[in-house]
Design a protein around this ligand. Sequence first.
Ligand code: CP
Length: 367
Amino acid sequence: MKKNPPDTPARIIDVSWDDFLALPIEEKSRLVTKRDGLPFHTLFAQQFDREALDALCELASEIRTIAKGRAGMDFLQSLLSHKRAMLYFSQPSSRTFLSFLSACQILGLRTGSVRDAATSSEFKGESHEDSIRTFSSYFDLLIMRSPEKGLAEKMAWRLSNSSRPVPIINAGSGPDQHPTQALLDIYTLQRSFERRGGLRNRTVVFVGDLKRGRTVRSLSNLLLNYEGIRQVFVAPDALQIGEDILEMLRAHGVEYRVGSDLRAELPRADAVYMTRIQDEWDTTKGESARIDTSRFKIGPEEMKLLPPTGVLLHPLPRRDEISTAVDDDPRAVYWRQMRNGMWIRAALIAATFGLKTTVDEFYRRNV
Ligand code: CP
């Protein structure tokens, strides 16, 4: 797992904000990762290596199993009953908010929330920094979603340099990162293939708005940790994946294809990751509506092209890119994927507070 090597600052408090901002993401990741290789702050997909991903997936499955019985649930709810979490979501969310809330409830954390900056003192002109410091005065964990790229990172640095250095979990920041969505996507892929040779030597096809979809960017990053994963990007030209992601894939020697023919890719896919058009990021009125997206949708006819062993994922919410007629197809795993988010987020919170060994031991003794 990633450790702080002797030639980098051991802790985030040893670097100024400007120096921190200028660091490569791998070094920033080291500064927000604990010595056990699991996150203190969760900010970037890049901070998870294979060992950390395996540890979190294992922990999620243990928590899932332990939670099935009353004694197990009582144990889980005792773990963090002395802690409080703040959910600060200044961008709309159903799944991420509710799965984090449920994850907190599973672990006994009490919660508070702000879901609209207009209801906080930011409306009166308070800065993000002061808001975050206010939250950290009352809470022991801050889970935040923001439309502002890099805000979670800046706030993590700010809190680490305050008298209340509470952990921050990035629940989606701007169009850039959604690391916990990528964790649940990996957990879903891992579970989908665990009895069929595991998550290796697979073709993952990303479809839709790949340019502005932060979930795709974060998952593409995490897939680097798995051997022989081919990545295929299928989108209209105007919404195609960014050159920075392709550069990352080239640097890691990952096989990839960029194209626009979904029907040609489906028979070769092990996993298809659909996304909706992210028109909330349009810079001109009606920009997305002018793009022809009709060839980037999946219905019963397209499902006939997907192999019987293939799986269909979607971070949700969806619009019309997956027909509801597909929902009962056993290869459509997006509802399971959504529920997996609750378990992996519970695992992440438990790991953030250093509880992996405690859960492992309970699991070994009782399950
Ligand atoms: N996948 C996802 O982030 O969904 P929400 O926007 O509903 O949280």
